[in-house]
Design a protein around this ligand. Structure first.
Ligand SMILES: *Cc1c(COP(=O)(O)O)cnc(C)c1O
Length: 377
């Protein structure tokens, strides 16, 4: 195979990453925490432009874990989680020894379903336990039904951890994703909107909570001359070298969102004339998606299925993937409660993610288009 591989989701560089990384090396700030980390946090705080306090961490998964700890989630607690997501949304519930309760998606946004969320909350309360937190996800960058979901959570007084790992640059009714929950979570993994190689952030609206997050993320050192610990600590702080990459990346955050949204237009144009294939789109103007990944559903009445398309693309050295397999179908989670009506199952059965990186060129698009058009001919 001679053509270069087109990956599902890669970022591009601004060119400024070197400068900040060199600064870390030249000043010997090769540590967790440091000046690049502080500057990265304040750049993000400026970007969110509201009351958000940002804690830079070594991954999005760490951010979810710390959010659960800060909410006091422990063994014997239950935490509701959107079933259709990446496993990193749910794994930290088990790190705490708590029980995940999974909730189905709805068809408009593919995210957590308000009706089943309320059914789940009521049923868990009836069974004797009010859920301690709800983990919501803006899947593929597409905002969930923020107003409905938060109204339900507020009615029962349950805090929301908003997994915005895929949704940096997305917004709902003009307000940025990541700022709706009691906690917001970002990821800067290599495949996300901007990257620090590996990294994440926790958003809160309280300076005190941010300080507590840093305390836990840096091994819970009490205020003493010697190392004194009265709580369990974690090694979750972002590295100063990685934050240098992030400072270069944040300069092109808007540009990356623009490229991904252009990819969306490209796919929309292709699938407009293909029968039995539906490209995911936000339902109305309240929802602004970064279109982190472009996704399609291939109707089962169609002669072709998603697995064949994956193979056809693979043959041309182009990466594609099925949608996230719902958590309640995963061997590691199938023993836990689930509330829903098979919406996530159906999406998983018919759905596919197409190459959507912010580095995709016109030449790449031509290759992708050719395979897709030939496949459905
Ligand atoms: C990537 C991702 C995470 C985890 O982020 P990491 O930085 O890889 O730990 C969490 N949730 C979702 C939905 C993600 O896509």
């Amino acid at each position: 195979m001679s053509s270069k591989r087109i990956f599902l989701s890669l970022s591009q560089q601004s060119g400024f990453e070197h400068e900040y990384v060199h600064k870390a090396l030249d000043t010997n700030w090769i540590t967790s925490g440091g000046p690049n980390v502080d500057e990265f946090e304040s750049s993000l705080q400026n970007y969110f432009d509201d009351e958000s306090f940002v804690t830079a961490l070594n991954s999005g998964t760490s951010a979810i874990h710390l959010a659960l700890i800060l909410l006091g989630v422990n063994k014997n607690d239950e935490v509701i989680c959107q079933s259709m997501t990446f496993s990193a949304s749910a794994n930290p519930i088990l790190y705490q020894g708590a029980t995940p309760v999974f909730v189905d998606s709805e068809e408009d946004t593919w995210n957590i379903c308000p009706e089943f969320l309320e059914i789940a909350i009521q049923d868990r309360i009836k069974k004797g336990k009010k859920p301690k937190a709800i983990i919501t996800v803006h899947l593929y960058g597409n905002p969930y039904k923020v107003d409905e979901i938060h109204a339900i959570a507020d009615r029962y007084g349950i805090p929301i951890i908003e997994d915005s790992a895929e949704a940096l640059g997305s917004s709902y009714k003009g307000k940025k994703c990541g700022t709706f929950g009691t906690f917001g979570v970002l990821s800067f993994n290599g495949n996300k909107i901007i990257t620090t190689s590996s990294g994440g952030a926790l958003l809160t609206n309280s300076k005190k909570v941010k300080e507590k997050a840093i305390f836990y993320a840096t091994q819970s050192k009490d205020n003493a001359i010697h190392y004194q610990h009265s709580e369990i600590g974690y090694n979750y702080r972002m590295s100063n070298v990685c934050a240098g990459v992030g400072l270069g990346q944040i300069k092109i955050l808007d540009k990356n969102v623009k490229s991904r949204r252009e990819n969306h237009k490209f796919y929309k144009e292709i699938f407009r004339n293909i029968d039995g294939v539906e490209i995911f789109e936000v339902v109305n103007k309240d929802y602004f998606s970064n279109y982190w990944l472009n996704t399609i559903l291939i109707e089962t009445k169609n002669q072709k299925n998603k697995d064949d398309l994956i193979l056809a693309l693979e043959k041309a050295n182009i990466e594609s993937r099925p949608l996230w397999k719902p958590m309640h179908l995963q061997p590691v989670f199938e023993q836990y409660p689930y509330y829903g009506n098979k919406v996530a199952e159906k999406l998983f059965e018919k759905g596919l993610c197409l190459p959507s990186g912010s580095n995709i060129t016109q030449e790449d698009k031509n290759r992708i288009k050719e395979v897709i058009i030939n496949f459905f001919k």
